[in-house]
Design a protein around this ligand. Sequence first.
Ligand code: NAD
Length: 499
Amino acid sequence: MSTDTSPANLHELRGGLDDHGTALPGTFPLDVGGELREPTTWVKNVDPATAGTLATVASATPDEIDDAVVAARGAAPGWAALAPSQRGTLLRRLADVVRRDADVLARLETRDTGKPLTQGRADITAAARYFDFYGSVVEGLLGDSIPLGPGSLAVVDHQPHGVTGHIVPWNYPAQITARSVGAALAAGNATVVKPADEAPMVALAYARLAREVGFPAGVLNVLPGGADAGSALTAHPDVDHVSFTGSVATGRLVAAATAGRGRPTLLELGGKSAHVVLEGADVSRAAPVIARALLLHAGQTCTAGTRVIVHESLHRELVAALAPHFEAATLGLGLTDPTVGPVVSEQQARRVQGFLERAESEGAVVAGRAPAVEGLTGFFVPPVLFDQVSQDTELFAEEVFGPLLAVTMVASDDEAIAAAHNSRYGLTGAVWCQDIDRALRTARGLDVGQAYVNGYAPGGGVELPFGGTRDSGYGREKGVEALREYSRMRTLFVDIAGA
Ligand code: NAD
């Protein structure tokens, strides 16, 4: 083991980052108990933009996960005993150094995930906001007192769970790690984070930065890995709460494992979010927002807004307004800041291609397609706008996680709501209509975790509670609500004699 306390250390990660080719940022070991640790197993981190090797990253074994849980368990009492203001100060310092190193971190996130650099930068800005937000609002997380009369005092306060496990997917690792770990640390938990081994770099960088600003050893452990590492974390008897973001299938395994040992879990799963465009919508306002949300990170956003359910009176106008966004979309390496970067892996590219071919064979009509680019060696799928997508097709029902948008026409508001619910997911949704009463009635009818009216900010801001209904999961990240999620209430009752 080697202790890594140098503020300059993060800059070692810069190697090769300005190169648009296949230069390697280096190796990324585990970060356990406040120290970098050589892992038992290294894996290649594939560059989605080139299909070459980007870096060599640790892939944690169950024993290494166990070591991290032991480190977190050891650190938890001291961390919980700090005043919220002390934890908050450290989190706000972490936000400061994330902002200081934003350029390096944004490039790491871009190289690791493939997304355009502007989006990588936006993710780092949001990550710093999460650390700032939770470092600040934790000081205002008030408890309660319950009036039972003069003979007693009843007080309810928030206590941390103890050790929290965080399983993070590859699509938004910088933001998802920050939102979940920021809230858990603020609430007084010691954390063990398992990023996906496809994209672990920024989560590992957070651990280095946390050390630099003075976080105690063991409160933030980061161990990239795959399914074995994830299931070791969820099954570990000393992990008190698990936050999982990822697919429905894996989420159910995680929930079963935590339920089996009687511990709470939070599931942030997939989505098939709908834009409901009612009669009287302002198409010129809706179209760019719908297109942008879908093209963001090549459609690999759980809240992408992948279905457009439009009233027949606006159908032609809306498709005509959406198509140019697809036809003008540029594909390229993330660092060159195109409209759309690659998808994360060859397997994902093949999966999206399969959806695309089946949609065409099931009768969907291509109404707009980005031009392919010659000479790209990475995992690129040109965005496609599909019109006349039937509600009984796979493209309408299933999460693609790629840049395919499905447009379906309806004849009434009731039909639109029924179509929006014709999916097992309930993550987010949007209603577009200039008649605000009608828009609100419809938005309130949507069974989703976040509903937008005449706008769409996929996933919402730092302050807005976020999570799903039905197969999109349960529990809430983001906002003050996440502090409640990462704590449990404790009641203190005092019997006052002689009152
Ligand atoms: P995934 O379920 O394959 O993997 C997610 C994480 O779980 C990874 O870190 C993976 O290593 C880990 N994992 C795999 N098997 C495990 C096991 N048996 N036990 C514990 N952990 C295990 O999902 P993915 O393909 O990486 O991510 C894409 C999915 O994530 C999509 O469905 C997307 O909609 C969803 N997602 C949801 C949100 C949200 O906030 N709701 C955000 C981003 C992504």
